[in-house]
Design a protein around this ligand. Structure first.
Ligand code: FDP
Length: 342
């Protein structure tokens, strides 16, 4: 690269990008900007730990204890503590909630509370950790509803349509952070040499021509007739359309990220496997809703099979929901099949 090429190239760090987006909102105080920056920092920390997965064992640990006799924290707990500790003292957060904890995570009394609510899944797809497949962190940021004092459960139980920011970090062949604040979806890749997230995927749009469908087809016998018909349709079995290719990692962030960039649909429907849990596996507040916001900002759509995920008013923190997410026409087709066949 020549000196003039280098001078022309626009190197956009995540900090610069967030600051530039902030200027679109003259009323912005910078609090949200800093909160996003804290999450990016958490992502760097978690990435540095996930790339060392497995090393604790060869360094002499047995079960959960390492060579010094200390307890080795599981990676999902470590990710959970990292996000909490980077955000508990900043005065930007009213309350947090995490997939790892049954109850709310209040800001410790010695720290000031702020106006935002942070819900997160610290290490999604964690059953893949031991096999070196992509895993991720998902986050959702809302404005608090309560006026002051510690944040409340109601602050956390807001529909996705009220999201201020949603994003994820994916720890794969590289580490990426993808987020939206309602001004499109932007992706940043961590340059490990300099420890910075750089803008590599500005204004991501789901391609019109989808490539993939992603579902755990091993559970097909537990699906309703509508889901089975829909899957046949995606496979082009009911006409002369070309089938979509099947790709399924079993790691929501990894599967979603691939389909965001290549076009397609991911679904985790309700099934009859566990009659006591008729709502599928995935969680509404910190999995489905933030990814639905990202999908909609990229021109896609997410549904529970009958209605937009963004319109669902959560009733509990860890509520489960069926999820269909990706290209709008593919998700609407799922709604049609469910409507017709159940
Ligand atoms: P995991 O159990 O590994 O944490 O939300 C949980 C999740 O992974 C998603 O990331 C993934 O899409 C799904 O569960 C995979 O579930 P199945 O193994 O039932 O396909």
């Amino acid at each position: 690269m020549s000196v003039s090429d280098f001078d022309q190239a626009k190197i956009i760090t995540i900090e610069r990008h967030i600051l530039e987006e902030q200027q679109v909102h003259p009323e912005a105080t910078g609090v949200l900007t800093n909160l996003l920056y804290d999450l990016a920092l958490a992502g760097k920390f978690i990435a540095s730990q996930t790339t060392r997965a497995g090393l604790a064992e060869i360094l002499g640990s047995t079960e959960n204890t390492n060579i010094q006799g200390e307890t080795v924290m599981k990676l999902d707990q470590l990710a959970d503590r990292t996000i909490f500790r980077l955000n508990d003292h900043t005065g930007r957060i009213a309350v947090m909630a995490s997939e790892e904890h049954e109850h709310l995570l209040p800001v410790p009394g010695r720290f000031p509370v702020g106006k935002y609510v942070l819900l997160y899944d610290p290490l999604d797809g964690s059953s893949n950790i031991d096999y070196n497949a992509s895993i991720g962190t998902i986050f959702a940021i809302y404005r608090r509803l309560s006026i002051d004092g510690p944040g409340t459960l109601d602050d956390c139980l807001q529909p996705g349509s009220a999201l201020v920011v949603a994003g994820y970090m994916i720890y794969g062949s590289s580490t990426m952070l993808v987020y939206t604040s309602g001004l499109g979806v932007h992706g940043f890749t961590l340059d490990p040499a300099i420890g910075e997230f750089l803008l590599t995927h500005p204004d991501i749009r789901i391609p019109n021509k989808p490539k993939y469908y992603s579902v755990n087809q091993g559970y097909e016998k537990y699906w309703s007739s509508g889901i089975q018909h829909y899957t046949r349709w995606l496979q082009g079995m009911d006409g002369d359309r070309k089938p979509l290719s099947l790709r399924y990692i079993g790691s929501l962030v990894g599967d979603f990220h691939r389909n965001l960039l290549s076009g397609g649909v991911f679904y985790y429907p309700a099934d009859t496997q566990e009659p006591s849990k008729p709502h599928g596996k995935l969680r509404l507040t910190y999995e489905a809703a933030p990814l639905a916001f990202i999908a909609s900002q990229a021109g896609g759509y997410a549904s529970d099979g009958t209605r937009s995920i963004l319109d669902i008013q959560p009733e509990t923190l860890h509520q489960r929901t069926p999820l269909f997410i990706g290209n709008r026409f593919l998700v609407e087709k799922a709604e049609e099949f469910i409507d017709r066949f159940g």
